[in-house]
Design a protein. Structure first.
Length: 102
């Protein structure tokens, strides 16, 4: 896990984010998800600089996950390291949104 991933995990683990249960490194289909909340069907991905070179792969991966009824939110390492409170608010918002409706 990257330092940014570890920082985010520290805020998500043990139901620390409004009681939501997240799993780290959760297998789904042929992928390993950075973080997954089953009750919200929410995938949280942490993207480092390598993702700049694999945007098409990430988009295809997101499409497969969404086809399985999952929502995917992505955050850059830098965003997590510099503005964790805003990241957590966006995760909460995504977890509370059902099928795109607030």
């Amino acid at each position: 896990m990257t330092p940014a991933g570890g920082r985010l995990w520290n805020s998500l683990r043990n139901r620390r984010l409004r009681g939501l249960k997240f799993r780290a490194q959760h297998p789904a289909d042929r992928f390993v998800l950075d973080f997954y909340c089953a009750s919200a069907r929410l995938v949280v991905e942490v993207d480092g600089s390598v993702h700049d070179e694999q945007a098409e792969w990430d988009d295809a991966r997101t499409a497969v996950l969404e086809a399985h009824g999952l929502r995917v939110v992505r955050f850059r390492n830098q965003e997590i390291m510099t503005n964790l409170p805003a990241v957590l608010l966006r995760i909460l918002d995504a977890a509370q949104t059902q099928d795109g409706d607030p």
